[in-house]
Design a binder for this molecule. Structure first.
Ligand code: 4NP
Length: 154
């Protein structure tokens, strides 16, 4: 199974989702069975490490995002991945535009797929510290639900 998380910049929400899912897969002994990546719909931060506030908030909960580097999503990702999970409705719309007719991947809104308290992961970039904690709270819950789905599909 191959899972791709997508947000706007690939420096806050989707790298956090990648780090959280990788961590949960390792704990579950499933790291060798699921490939995880993240990308942004925009190209402003390509090649950059995740946002410093994102890294620090993740580190406090035991997730190390320091090795991750931003990249932009490409149409070929729809052939390479089984699941492409968008963080918000804008990301989903941009991905629907990019999605080729021959897509293999299933495209979905990450939180809505698992009927969590919100449909979207709010963009924390221009807000305060609490936004980064909320991103982690939502993504930890959603990754728990995704892990259950992945176990069933492996
Ligand atoms: P992300 O957050 O989509 O969660 O990585 C953002 C990062 C950068 C910008 C916007 C959102 N930006 O406008 O540069």
């Amino acid at each position: 199974m191959r899972v791709l998380f997508v947000c706007l910049g690939n420096i806050c929400r989707s790298p956090t989702a990648e780090g959280v899912l990788r961590h949960k897969l390792r704990e579950a002994g499933l790291a060798g069975y699921v490939e995880v990546d993240s990308a942004g719909t925009g190209d402003w931060h390509v090649g950059k490490a995740p946002d410093e506030r994102t890294c620090q908030a993740a580190q406090r909960r035991g997730y190390d995002l320091s090795a991750l580097r931003a990249r932009q999503v490409v149409a070929a990702d729809f052939q390479r991945f089984d699941l492409v999970l968008a963080m918000d409705q804008n990301n989903l719309r941009d991905l629907q535009q990019l999605q080729p007719g021959s897509a293999v991947a299933e495209l979905d809104l990450f939180l809505r797929r698992y009927q969590l308290s919100l449909d979207e992961v709010p963009d924390p970039y221009y807000g305060g510290e609490e936004g980064f904690e909320q991103v982690l709270d939502l993504l930890e819950q959603a990754c728990d639900a995704l892990l259950i789905e992945l176990r069933g599909r492996l």
